[in-house]
Design a protein around this ligand. Structure first.
Ligand SMILES: [Zn+2]
Length: 249
C-alpha cells in the first residue's frame, strides 16, 4: 500500500488545487453502513424504496422508520482518521475542497471547512410542505411512537435536509462542486464506487481539463481505469499515511 500512496503524493500539486470526492466508504469505519450494501442495519427495509420523495408523501410512517434509524446511526458516529487527515490537509492549504455524497456531517465535525454536501445533510430539518426550517434538537426527540413528525404550521411531514432517491441535487451544490472541479489540478476519489451520477462526473471533468486522477478505494471504482494512481486500501489507513507524506516533506 505504501508505494501506491507514495505515487499519489507525487501527483499532488503544490498549488493545493485538489478536489476530494468522498462516498460511503470513508464513513464505514465510523460505524455508518453503506446504504447500498445488503444486510446489516438497513436490512429491515430497502432505503432505496422508503427513502424516496413518494414514500415521504404517501407513506410518511414508513419513511420515518428509515429516518429514525438514519438519525440514530449518524448521531452515534464519530469522525475517523480519514476525515481527520483530510481536515489536516485542508488546513495546510493542500486541499481546495471536499465534495461528499455522505449525509453524516463527519467531514465538518473533523474540522473540514469547504465541504459541498451533494446529497444534503441529516443535521438540517424542514417541512416537506411549507418548507419551514425545523429545529434539529426537536428532531432528536421524535420516537417511534411519536413519528412521523408533522409540521405544526401546515400538517405536512417534516424531513431531514437530505436528497432522497429520485430528488434532484440542490443547485448550489452542483454550482459549488462544478467550480471546485473546474479549478482542480487533481481529483482524489475516496470510498466511492463512482456509480452514481452526477457526482461521478466531477473527476472526469477534472481529467478532461488536463488534471490528474487518483483513488483510495477498497474495491476499484468505475473510474479506476482513468486513474494515474490507485490505492487498494481503507481510507482510514491510506489517508493518514498520505497526509504524513505530504506534510512531513
Ligand atoms: Zn409546514
Amino acid at each position: 500500500m505504501k508505494e501506491a500512496v507514495e505515487r499519489i503524493a507525487r501527483l499532488w500539486p503544490s498549488s493545493g488545487k485538489v478536489l476530494v470526492l468522498t462516498g460511503a466508504g470513508i464513513s464505514v469505519p465510523s460505524g455508518i453502513p453503506d446504504f447500498r450494501s445488503p444486510g446489516g442495519l438497513w436490512s429491515r427495509y430497502d432505503p432505496m424504496r422508503v427513502a424516496t420523495a413518494e414514500a415521504l408523501a404517501n407513506s410518511p410512517a414508513e419513511a420515518w422508520r428509515f429516518i429514525l434509524d438514519a438519525r440514530d446511526v449518524m448521531a452515534a458516529a464519530r469522525p475517523n482518521a480519514a476525515h481527520e487527515a483530510l481536515a489536516e490537509l485542508e488546513r495546510a492549504g493542500l486541499i481546495e475542497g471536499i465534495v461528499t455524497q455522505n449525509i453524516d456531517g463527519l467531514h465538518q465535525r473533523a474540522g473540514s471547512l469547504n465541504v459541498v454536501e451533494f446529497h444534503g445533510t441529516m443535521s438540517g430539518w424542514r417541512c416537506n410542505g411549507c418548507q419551514a426550517p425545523k429545529d434539529a434538537t426537536r428532531a432528536m426527540e421524535v420516537t417511534p411512537e411519536t413519528a412521523p413528525w408533522l409540521c405544526e404550521r401546515c400538517g405536512a411531514v417534516v424531513r431531514p435536509d437530505v436528497v432522497f432517491f429520485g430528488e434532484p441535487i440542490p443547485l448550489d451544490a452542483l454550482d459549488k462542486s462544478g467550480q471546485l472541479a473546474s479549478g482542480a489540478e487533481l481529483a482524489l476519489i475516496v470510498g466511492t464506487s463512482c456509480e452514481v451520477a452526477p457526482a461521478n462526473v466531477l473527476p472526469q471533468l477534472v481529467r478532461q481539463q488536463g488534471g490528474r486522477l487518483a483513488e483510495i478505494n477498497l474495491a476499484a471504482s468505475r473510474l479506476a481505469p482513468l486513474c494515474d494512481a490507485a490505492v487498494a486500501a481503507g481510507a482510514e489507513e491510506a489517508l493518514p499515511l498520505l497526509a504524513r507524506l505530504l506534510l512531513d516533506q
